[in-house]
Design a protein around this ligand. Structure first.
Ligand code: NAG
Ligand code: NAG
Ligand code: NAG
Ligand code: NAG
Length: 410
């Protein structure tokens, strides 16, 4: 009796232990809910959040990989406040999924220094790749220089932000570091301390300058000095972002998914790589007429690489340069490239997209075509509309379960 009793207790203890480890979960991945989210992102330098559902096949595949990566990360960075890998069950936490604008499972969102952005992890779903990503993210985004000569030999291909600081134990330097970690892929960040940079900054103050990418012809004109409040993280972020993230970017197959997920229609210049002068014309027109336009993404696309959408627009390589809008529903052709120099023409084209005029004209044209008596003067440039091609570059069904919330039709 006594023996049986102890056995039962042992047995119960074993069950309890299993249950506890399941409930408390010595899992390295933290379960994130609407209740603990804020606390977790506020108290960690880096948070990777996997938004998943139990029924999604790709989520199921990711789960043990993410778990193992988290264990490895925790082993390397055990200090409190550095990094957390968490998971959000979207069937339960639908409000969080909405808040983070989750359109596919699994989505791994990246949160740095408490700032929720649109960025997500798109690398390989392997333990090693996730681990390496975290390692790079947690490395210092700012490179210290020890002689002024080092400033002459910096990477081309990037704008450079250079800080002349008194010391590193100051809130202004913390701010600089935080902004640098947000924009580490867009610019290079350097710093020099103390006597080395004494001549380069006002007495008793820190200074920050921006130098354009040396490989860009007019990079000297881009030189500027930060005159704002360095204690203000927001102001500093805005200034550096405006310099490091160009108004017009190049779209490639590698970044198309990411660009499309910013959710803004594309205004595209298709160019011929043997004649890149239209790129500068396009950039100048946008810079002078549309520098404050935030409803679209301005992109340049190499015609040969994107010949598929180009042909779809009824154009070929000999027609380049060609400008078009892709709203992810439709593509609209800008009638004549040279009109970008007419003040307001490109702006009107974009305004017409948002007012629905482009789309309306499209239906009018269709009707006109159907009724043999044309109501639209075909001598005028007919509005040319095609189905979106860039929507094909959005996240793949072979990698994600897509949540099909539809966008507004544009
Ligand atoms: C949980 O912890 C135990 C003992 O600490 C360990 O043997 C086991 O591998 C851990 N399980 C997981 C999933 O980490
Ligand atoms: C600079 O920004 C900080 C933080 O936002 C603020 O507290 C401070 O008053 C600002 N200083 C000036 C001179 O505006
Ligand atoms: C953009 O906004 C700034 C600040 O409001 C203004 O000075 C500038 O003229 C604007 N640019 C254009 C092209 O409208
Ligand atoms: C959403 O996706 C599901 C599964 O792929 C499909 O059956 C359904 O028709 C889609 N709904 C819409 C509105 O596209």
């Amino acid at each position: 009796m006594k023996v049986v009793g102890s056995l039962v207790i042992l047995y119960l203890l074993a069950i309890l232990e299993t249950l506890l480890s399941l409930v408390a979960g010595n899992s390295s991945v933290v379960v994130v809910t609407h209740e603990n989210l804020q606390q977790i992102i506020d108290s960690n330098e880096l948070v990777l959040l996997s938004f998943y559902t139990d029924w999604c096949r790709f989520s199921q595949i990711l789960q043990p990989i993410f778990e193992e990566a988290a264990a490895k990360v925790l082993q390397k960075f055990p200090e409190n406040g550095r990094v957390i890998l968490g998971k959000v069950n979207c069937d339960i936490e639908d409000i969080l999924a909405d808040q983070f604008d989750i359109l596919k499972y699994p989505t791994i969102k990246i949160i740095r220094n408490g700032l929720i952005g649109s960025q997500e992890y798109r690398g390989q779903r392997s333990v090693e790749a996730v681990f390496q990503f975290v390692e790079i993210e947690l490395s210092d985004p700012i490179k210290e220089f020890h002689s002024i000569d080092e400033l002459k030999t910096v990477d081309v291909g990037f704008g450079i932000v250079i800080g002349y600081f008194i010391s590193n134990d100051h809130v202004e330097y913390d701010n600089y570091r935080r902004v640098a970690s947000l924009l580490r892929n867009e610019c290079r960040f350097l710093v020099g301390f103390g006597d080395l940079t004494k001549e380069l900054r006002p007495p008793g103050k820190n200074a920050l300058i921006f130098r354009g990418d040396p490989s860009i012809p007019n990079h000297k004109n881009q030189y500027s000095e930060y005159l704002g409040n360095m204690t203000s993280f927001k102001e500093l972020t805005f200034w550096i972002d405006k310099r490091c993230v160009p108004l017009v970017r190049e779209v490639t197959f590698e970044n198309a998914e990411e660009l499309s997920e910013e959710g803004l229609p594309f205004v595209l210049l298709f160019y011929n790589k043997d004649d890149v002068s239209p790129i500068q014309e396009f950039k100048n027109a946008i810079q002078s007429q549309l520098e404050n336009e935030t409803r679209v993404n301005f992109l340049t696309a190499e015609g040969k690489l994107f010949k598929h959408p180009l042909f779809h627009l009824g154009k070929s390589l000999t027609d380049l340069p060609v400008i078009a809008i892709d709203s992810f529903m439709h593509m609209y052709l800008f009638p004549r490239f040279k009109d970008i120099h007419k003040p307001g023409a490109l702006k009107k084209f974009i305004d017409d997209l948002f007012s629905g005029a482009l789309h309306f004209n499209f239906h009018m044209a269709l009707e006109a075509k159907e009724n043999s008596e044309s109501i639209i003067d075909t001598a005028e440039d007919p509005p040319i509309v095609h189905e979106s091609k860039f929507k094909d570059l959005k996240p793949s069904k072979h990698r994600y379960t897509l949540v099909n919330r539809t966008r507004d039709e544009l």
